[in-house]
Ligand binder design. Sequence first.
Ligand code: GLN
Length: 493
Amino acid sequence: MTNLTDLTIAEARDGLAAKRFTARELTAAHVAAVEAVRPLNAFITETPELALAQAESSDARLLRGEARPLEGLPLAIKDLFCTKEVLTTAASHILDGFKPPYESTVTQNLWDAGAVMLGKLNLDEFAMGSSTTTSFYGPTESPWRRDGDNRALVPGGSSGGSAAAVAARAALGATGTDTGGSIRQPASFVGIVGLKPTYGRCSRWGTIAFASSLDQAGPMTRSVRDAAIMLKAMAGHDPKDSTSAPQAVPDFEAALSGDIRGLKIGIPKEYRVDGMKREIEALWQRGIDWIKDAGAEPVEISLPMTKYALATYYIIAPAEASSNLARYDGVRFGLRVPGKTLDEMYELTRAEGFGAEVQRRILIGTYVLSAGYYDAYYLKAQRVRTLIARDFAEAYKQVECILTPTTPSTAFAIGEKSDDPIAMYLNDVFTVPVNLAGLPGISVPAGLGEDGLPLGLQVIGRAFDEATILRVAGVIERAAGFTARPQFLAGRS
Ligand code: GLN
């Protein structure tokens, strides 16, 4: 029998249905894999007892012929989703000991579909970052190494724990969240699939907020089909989130026809950014050739506002974050550092509870929202955001989706960019515009860079048309035939 932890979600589902193994066996194999990946620090909390108990009830259901869509499939959860009675940290000191009395809608949807929870995954503190190095619980390491270089690399971020766990075969799939690229960039860095759905496709209820107008939950998996399966279970209208869309959730798996003949796919000329590495250009060109070979038509398009996207994002996201994070005051959740007065208690708690990057974002956010600067920064950024969305709307008059690289480079070493916030922010140059416009985007592994590390291509879709980007991603996945495995797995069968 093949190693149970090497199966995709679709293969594991079919294997359970065919009774080739039980949910308990599948889960036990993953619980062992979670232990085996401890050196990567991908998990903040492991929940093996819960997983095995869930697996047993899944086995009972499978036996009764009552299997739900994700019955008995072990997944892991970014530690930004509140999970009832299970420690939820956002990788922040300020949430010390926080065990939510409620379950996020997205995770509830997964459990209602029969999924099994392996544990809670590491991330950049409050999902602010691109490297999973700002976690209070220490950095997560990528399971990959550069050719001929043994330095530990970042798995990307902020959903770096999710990326590392899925790439290292410690979970069949994981949830991520994406505010400016946090699903797609780590997926690209570790050679897996990551999908950010349309804003409003998945409920944000019970997911710890970073920037409410940008945050979206999505799946991180080892195949496009798995992303389709997981998204179907995660998505859906939720009366508890007024921004969740009252839209029917299509059968995304059925959309994977492999047929993209006649589809017009936009190639935005502004994504050829200055100083872009040749290997990224070459990868993008290969992607264009693949879709052409499959009968689609690449069309050059223009998204002229792209150059303002990062600046706009780094006003809007911190502004919203500064407001969202005001609730952590030492009174209601987690850490409390006593002071002589109430104000002093707030100050001491927030000074000790938030790390440097979170404090930087709060400072930027309160600055751009302050009386003298609100018009100059925040309002201006909101206007530019509208123009960025308009660029996409114009493009979608000509094309049905858009193909770009996911990231401007392969993964970097832990610590390599930590002292340069701007270099860190540049990671998201291709992903941020998608969040600003509220559109769906998927990263699919497309090859290896010169350093032997994975690189992804991104397909961006029209609002609520995840089906098309999944279909195109499926074609790219097949053409790329990405089978490289992270070095961490070497020696394990
Ligand atoms: N890297 C971006 C940031 O630091 C995006 C993070 C995210 O998508 N959560 O804000």
